[in-house]
Design a protein around this ligand. Sequence first.
Ligand code: COA
Ligand code: MG
Length: 300
Amino acid sequence: MNHGNMALTSHDRIRRSRLYVPGNQPEKILKAKNYSPDCIILDLEDAIPFMDKEKARVIVRNALRVVDFQGIERMVRINSSDIGLKDLEYIIPQNVHVVLVPKVESADQIKKIEITINEIKTACGREDDIFIIPIIESARGVLNALKIAESSPNIIGLTIGLEDYTLDLGVRRTKAGDESFFARSMILHAAKAVGIQALDSVHVNFTDEKSLRKSVRKSIALGFVGIGCIHPNQIIPIHEEFFPSKKEILNAKAIIQGFDLALENGKGVFEHHGKMIDVPTVDKARNIIKLANVYRSMDD
Ligand code: COA
Ligand code: MG
C-alpha cells in the first residue's frame, strides 16, 4: 500500500466540500486530489450503471490501495440494500475513512451496515475507527432523522440527497429550495442534537457559479458546515463562501475587545453599534475568528 494512503482522519475535521467522483472513472479519480476538496467521495451508487457495479468496486478498491489522496478524507458512497453490504468487502480493508450510506430510512439500516463493517474489520485486522454518514433521501428518512443520527457513535454527520428526496415527495427541486426547507431543518436539528455535522446536498447546476454561491450562503445561514460537489469548479466558490467576510471578522474582533473591556469594568453586557452584546454573541464572535484561522491554515 502507498504510504500516503495510511493518513488517518478525525471525527470533527473540516468537511466544507465533498467532491463526488464516479467510481468507474479512474482518470477522474486520479485528478480529484488536485482540486483540493476537503473530502473525496468515490461513488459506487447512482453514478454507476448497474452493469458496471463490479468494475467500479474493483477500481475503487485499487484506487484506495494505490492513489495517494494526500491526506484528503477518503469517503466511499456504497449502494443501498444488500449490494451495499457487498461493496463493504472491497473498501473496508483499504483505509476508507468514511462510508456514506444512501437512502437511509431507519436506525436498523445503519446497525446492519455497522455489523458488516465490524465483521470485515475483524477479519482484516483493522482497528481504527471507520466513520459513517447516512444520506437521508425520503420523507420517512426525514421523519426518522434523530433516530438515524443516534444509531451509532461512528456517525460523524448527516446529509440529504435532494434529487431523491424531491422525487419521493413528487415535487420539483427549485433554486429557492422551499420544498426541502423542512427536511433540511430536520436533518440539521437531528445532527446538532447529537453533536455531529450537518452536511448539505449537491448543487447540480455546475455551470452556474452565481446560483451555487447563493445557495451555499443559504446553507451556511441555516447551519450546514459542508456542501456536496459534483464538479471541481464548485470547490473554490464553496470554500470562499465559508470564509467569514472582512466585515464579519472586524465586527467579531470588536465584539471580543468590547467584551473584555466591559468585563474589566465589572459588566457582562454592553452596547455595540446599537445592539446588546452578551455571552452568546461573544461566543459566536469567537467562533468566527476560530473558523477564519482554521480555514486560512487549510487553504494556504
Ligand atoms: N471529479 C474529478 N474530476 C472531475 C470531476 C469530478 N467529479 N468532474 C469533472 N472533472 C474534471 C474533468 O475530468 C476535466 O478534467 P480535464 O480538464 O483535466 O480534462 C475537468 O474536471 C473539467 O470537466 P468538464 O469537462 O467541465 O466536465 P465533464 O463533462 O468531464 O463532467 C460531469 C461533467 C457532471 C459528468 C462530472 O463533473 C461528473 O461526473 N461529476 C460527478 C457526478 C457524480 O458523481 N454524481 C453522483 C453524485 S451526486
Ligand atoms: Mg440519491
